[in-house]
Each structure stands twice: as C-alpha cells, then as structure tokens.
Design a binder for this molecule. Structure first.
Ligand code: ZN
Length: 77
C-alpha cells in the first residue's frame, strides 16, 4: 500500500494510506453532525465538537471524500 503525505484534520501532515484516510474521514462524517434542531439557512453547531456548522472536521472530511486525485483505482469485488 503506497503511503503519501496528506493533511488530516486534527493531525496536521500525516503519511497514512488512502484507506486509512478514508476510514478517518468517514468516522469524522459519522460523528460530526449538526445539532439535532438543524434548520436550513440558520446557523447551527456541531453535535460533536460544538463548532458552528459545518464544523472544520466535517468540512475536512467532506473535502477528502470528494477529492478527485486518487492514484489507484479502488478494487471492485
Ligand atoms: Zn464537529
């Protein structure tokens, strides 16, 4: 598994594999969700970290999971 340097939220620069970053990003996306009374067009805060929504963790994870530069195609089973 090729490792590369990426910027992970909360960790700074890391040399994780893409799969590890994927796992970390999906964990952040699962945990960092808007507070339960989220209303569109009104500010809300993250249930996990309390930052205003979208919080930096969710923003980072969303950006990672939509990132386009994947060096290897994902295996299909
Ligand atoms: Zn958060």
């Amino acid at each position: 598994m090729a490792r590369f340097t990426a910027r992970a939220h909360g960790y700074g620069l890391v040399d994780w594999s893409a799969d590890e970053l994927d796992a970390y990003a999906s964990r952040l996306l699962r945990d960092h969700v808007p507070g339960r009374r989220w209303v569109p067009h009104r500010s809300s805060s993250c249930r996990e970290c309390g930052e205003s929504w979208p919080c930096p963790a969710a923003a980072w994870a969303g950006q990672w999971s939509h990132s386009v530069t994947r060096t290897e195609p994902r295996p299909r089973f």
